[in-house]
Ligand binder design. Structure first.
Ligand code: ZN
Length: 244
């Protein structure tokens, strides 16, 4: 595969939902998941996670949501939260909860599953969100800034009109900072392609970094920031890092 083009990835039009979303299934083993889009999990409510969470629309569970949970948990997608029904099977002593709830992201049409964890005492009452990343920004989006959400280990893009998106990411090519694993090189690889196209090529994927020259200034910067948190860099700031 030599990378995606917008026309191949017209899957983020919210009026169409996640069309052309490619699934991998093994019915015998009960496996169904995305084959191209990466999965991301938000555990902490950082400002960026909260901004994204606030725009989600609640919806009934669909087959796409089912791909985000273990197959044994699919029936639980249809059960109410203890907040809505204290007699539900997810509740213990009518106060704790371990339910699921489903939303979609109206900007990118992607499914979102929230997992609720509340103790009987209520001391712990958390939601964890799992969703897919887009493979590209939308056709009319203009990349404006890169956001590092260090507490969640996530990377976002903000478009020129202010919309937050997960950084387009392909399954198996998770982004990271520091010097551990392939994440830093994958991120530097994405940013190299972005800079080389003057911000126009925002799609994930493309040839692996071993056959593309990763920008060494960008890679050095990515490797030097193992503890980066809440960093938002404009395209011009990325360009300045590239120039050294
Ligand atoms: Zn609940």
């Amino acid at each position: 595969m030599t990378g995606y083009t917008h026309s191949e990835l017209n899957l983020t039009d919210p009026t169409k939902g996640y069309t052309q979303f490619v699934l991998y299934t093994e019915p015998r083993l009960g496996v169904a998941c995305a084959s191209l889009n990466a999965t991301v999990t938000i555990r902490r409510q950082t400002p960026y996670g909260q901004e994204w969470r606030d725009r989600l629309q609640r919806c009934v569970p669909s087959a796409m949501h089912a791909t985000l949970v273990d197959s044994m948990m699919i029936p639980k997608l249809f059960e109410p939260c203890v907040d809505e029904d204290t007699d539900n099977s997810s509740a213990v002593r009518r106060s704790s909860c371990a339910c699921y709830r489903t939303w979609y992201d109206p900007e990118f049409g992607l499914p979102v599953v929230g997992e609720h964890y509340r103790t009987v005492s209520g001391d712990i009452d958390d939601w964890t969100y799992t969703t897919y990343t887009p493979l590209d920004l939308r056709p009319d989006d203009v990349f404006a800034s890169l956001i590092i959400d260090g507490e969640n280990g996530l990377f976002w893009a903000r478009t020129a009109d202010g919309t937050l998106s997960f950084l387009p990411q392909e399954q198996g090519r998770g982004y990271g900072f520091g010097r551990t694993g392939g994440g830093p090189t994958d991120l530097a690889d994405y940013l190299t392609k972005l800079l080389a196209s003057d911000g126009k090529d925002t799609a994930a994927g493309g040839p692996p970094y071993s056959i593309r020259t990763v920008d060494q200034q960008i890679l050095a910067w990515v490797e030097s920031k193992p503890d980066a948190r809440h960093l938002e860099l404009t395209f011009e700031e990325l360009r300045a890092i590239q120039r050294g």
